[in-house]
Design a protein around this ligand. Structure first.
Ligand code: NAD
Ligand code: MG
Length: 398
């Protein structure tokens, strides 16, 4: 095999769960050069990452944190230049010197830098599912216009991508024409799959964040417990692969070994299996269309637990229903759903509302926002702000 070319990479959200896994994979290979790293507020971890990977730029959200990091880096003799703020994030995602952008900021804050990468024709490793939920149509259009390659990092979407016919991996659209009948999106069911429904109103943030198979950030962990994560992923799948909602089916698979499947017209079902370790989809996307080592354990099917598949119980998981409804409704609904969910999850994590209030905040918010078609990013941001304000009011009333 010929020696791979050096790839210059920006990791947005470098200090998070996906960000640190990305740097772990990068550190195992010598053909990646880290161009820039970003973090919200964890300056201690960003400092040690800068010293290890020697990026040209490090970006933080606020000025004071940036000044503190700058002083510490200078003291350590580092050449890394520290910047701060939203514009700096978009800059390190779109600079001409960057080949690959890992979009691993959590929540709506990740939209603009991920979009900047898509608009400037980068290879975009997309972990930030909220970008697609909020602005899927505009995001995918931007990628087509610029020639950007969008590679899904969400393990289910990465699995679907791997199971698609090769032409569909390179150009979006017309999956039916290539024999794809539907995609089967697997879901673990999270920590409350078997908890008696009447006990769900008293579960704590610590219980909700204790996922049986995956070690993830707190927001996505709560989303997994409510199954809003699968609702968001349902919407993500529709935009990413240009699928009608009817062509996406959610299947509960508690062992998280089959990461999703694609069913073909002839009755064949292709699945991607692997250890539940995000380094697998990250390594896949970093190397695509080649393969590189990820550091994850290899799967031992003979010693793994029996694989089960169940239909989701939508009365136990109303957030999944809300997500699927928003996908069918389209237009303003996914962006409002996402905003209301972020507010509800933050309120739950702060002990202000109960776990079972999360879907109530979201459905209450959707009912109060006037239906309209978002045709620009500015309009999506306006909808996002409006939905957040309504959701905050509703959450404060519980
Ligand atoms: P995390 O909370 O562990 O990390 C989030 C990162 O984003 C951190 O580096 C943080 O500093 C940064 N960040 C947070 N708020 C920010 C803000 N306002 N502005 C700028 N930066 C900010 O999250 P995670 O679990 O790594 O998830 C990241 C994204 O990947 C999410 O969109 C999540 O849905 C998606 N994802 C994660 C996993 C997983 O296994 N963790 C799996 C699939 C998809
Ligand atoms: Mg996922």
């Amino acid at each position: 095999m010929s020696r791979p070319e050096i790839q210059s990479i920006t990791v947005l959200g470098a200090t998070g769960s996906v960000g640190t896994s990305t740097l772990d994979v990068i550190s195992r290979h010598d053909h990646f050069r880290v161009y820039a790293l970003s973090a919200h507020s964890n300056t201690a971890l960003l400092l040690s990452q800068c010293l290890q990977f020697e990026p040209q730029y490090a970006v933080l959200t606020d000025e004071d944190a940036a000044e503190s990091l700058r002083l510490q880096l200078r003291k350590a003799g580092s050449q890394t230049e520290v910047q701060w703020g939203a514009e700096a994030l978009s800059r390190i995602a779109s600079d001409a010197d960057v080949d690959v952008v890992m979009a691993a900021i959590v929540g709506a804050a990740g939209l603009l830098p991920a979009l900047a990468a898509a608009q400037s024709g980068k290879k975009v490793l997309l972990a930030n599912k909220e970008s697609l939920v909020m602005a899927g149509e505009l995001f995918m259009q931007a990628a087509v216009a610029s020639g950007a390659v969008i590679l899904p990092i969400d393990s289910e979407h990465n699995a679907i991508f791997q199971c698609l016919p090769a032409p569909a991996q390179s150009a979006r659209g017309n999956l039916a024409g290539q024999g794809v009948r539907k995609v089967l999106l697997t879901a673990s069911g999270g920590p409350f799959l078997h908890t008696p429904v009447e006990q769900l109103h008293e579960v704590t943030p610590a219980q909700a964040c204790k996922h049986p198979n995956w070690d993830m950030g707190r927001k996505i962990s709560v989303d997994s417990a409510s199954m809003m994560n699968k609702g968001l992923e349902f919407i993500e799948a529709c935009y990413l692969f240009d699928l009608a909602p009817e062509a996406v089916e959610v299947v509960i698979h508690p062992q998280s070994i089959v990461h999703s499947m694609v069913e073909y017209a002839d009755g064949s079902v292709l699945a991607q299996l692997g250890s539940p370790d995000m380094r697998v989809p990250i390594a896949h996307a970093l190397a695509w269309p080649e393969r590189i080592a990820s550091g994850a354990d290899f799967l031992s099917l003979v010693t793994s637990p029996d694989l089960q598949f169940l239909a989701p119980d939508l009365s136990r998981f109303p957030c999944l229903q809300l997500g699927m409804d928003a996908a069918r409704q389209g237009g303003y609904a996914p962006a409002c759903l996402n905003a209301a969910n972020e507010i509800a999850v933050a309120a739950f994590l702060a002990g202000q509302i109960r776990f079972t209030d999360i879907p109530r905040v979201i459905s209450g918010t959707l009912a109060q926002i006037t239906c309209r078609q978002p045709v620009s990013i500015a309009m999506i941001q306006q909808l996002d702000a409006e939905a957040r304000a309504v959701a905050c009011d509703i959450a404060a009333g519980f």
